[in-house]
Write a protein that binds this ligand. Sequence first.
Ligand SMILES: Nc1nc2c(c(=O)[nH]1)N[C@@H](CN(C=O)c1ccc(C(=O)N[C@@H](CCC(=O)O)C(=O)O)cc1)CN2
Ligand SMILES: [Mg+2]
Length: 298
Amino acid sequence: MNTQLALQDAPFKRIDGKRASARVLSEVAEQVKQLQQQGAQPGLAVVLIGEDPASQVYVRNKVLRAAEVGIYSLEHKLAADTTQADLLALIDSLNNDPQIHGILVQLPLPEGMDETRVLESINPLKDVDGFHSSNVGGLSQGRKVLTPCTPAGCMRLLHDTCGDLSGLHAVVVGRSNIVGKPMAALLLQANCSVTLVHSRSRDIERLCRDADILVAAVGRPKMIKRDWLKSGAVVIDVGINRIASDSGTRLVGDVDYEDVYDQVAAITPVPGGVGPMTIAMLMQNTLDAARMQLSKGE
Ligand SMILES: Nc1nc2c(c(=O)[nH]1)N[C@@H](CN(C=O)c1ccc(C(=O)N[C@@H](CCC(=O)O)C(=O)O)cc1)CN2
Ligand SMILES: [Mg+2]
C-alpha cells in the first residue's frame, strides 16, 4: 500500500484546530439561526461540581461558545460537597425540562461520586457528551448517535486533512472511555484498520511505526518520539499535559512535536489542535440533540 497519504488541500503540516473549530462554530450558528426562524431554540445545561481550576475554564468556555452560536445555556455550579443524591435530582429535573436539549456534567467528578451512576442518569437523547451506555453501544454498532466530542473533533480534523480514510491503518494509543475507545469505533466506522494500544501492549513502538494515522491519548507528556512513527504519518495529539517551564507551567501533548515534525505529513499542535474542537463539537451535538428531540415532539 502507498504509505504516503494524499492530503486534502493541506499545504501546512500544522493542523490548525482553532481555524477548524471556528468553521464548525459558524456552521452551527447558521443552523441554529434556521431553527430559530422556525420558532425553536436549542438549550444546553452545563453542570460543574467543585472548583477544579481547569474544569472551571472549560465550563466557562462552553457557556461562552454557546452564547456565540445562539444556543441558550444554563450553568449549574454545585459545591464540592454536594451529595450524589442532589446531583441526581438536578439531572432528573433537567431531563424533564423541555427548554434543555443537552445536558453535560463536567468531568472529573469529585472523589466519592459514582461516575457511571451519574452519567447513566442522563436521558440518552440529551447526552451531548455521548457517554451514556446507550450511546456508547449505538456508536459501536455504527448507529447515528450522540458521539463523544473530542473523538468527533479528531475525526473532523482527519477528514479535513486526509479526505477518505478507507483502508488506512490507524493506531490509537490509550483506551479511555472518553477518547481511546470511541476514537477506535469512529475510525472503524470510517473503514480504517484499527489497532488500539495501551499500557499492557507489547512493543508499542513497533505497533505505532505501522500507523498511517496515529492518535495519541495517554496523558504522558511527549511520550511519542520520531522513531515511533513512519515517515508521512498523520498525527492527532489529544494529550493536554501541564509541565513545569521557566515561566511557570506550559502545555505539551503526548507527542514530542518538535522531535517528530520532520517525520510526519501533518500533526496537531498542543495547544491549538484537538482542544478547541472539543467545545465546537459540543455545540454541534447540542444542535443535533435539539433537532432530534424537536422532530420527536419532545
Ligand atoms: N463532560 C466532559 N468532561 C470533560 C471532557 C468532555 O469532553 N466532557 N473533556 C475534557 C475537558 N474539556 C472539555 O470538557 C476540554 C479540554 C481542553 C480544551 C481546550 O480547548 N484545550 C486547549 C488548551 C486549554 C488550556 O490552556 O488548558 C487546547 O488544547 O488548545 C477544551 C475542552 C475533560 N473533561
Ligand atoms: Mg490508557
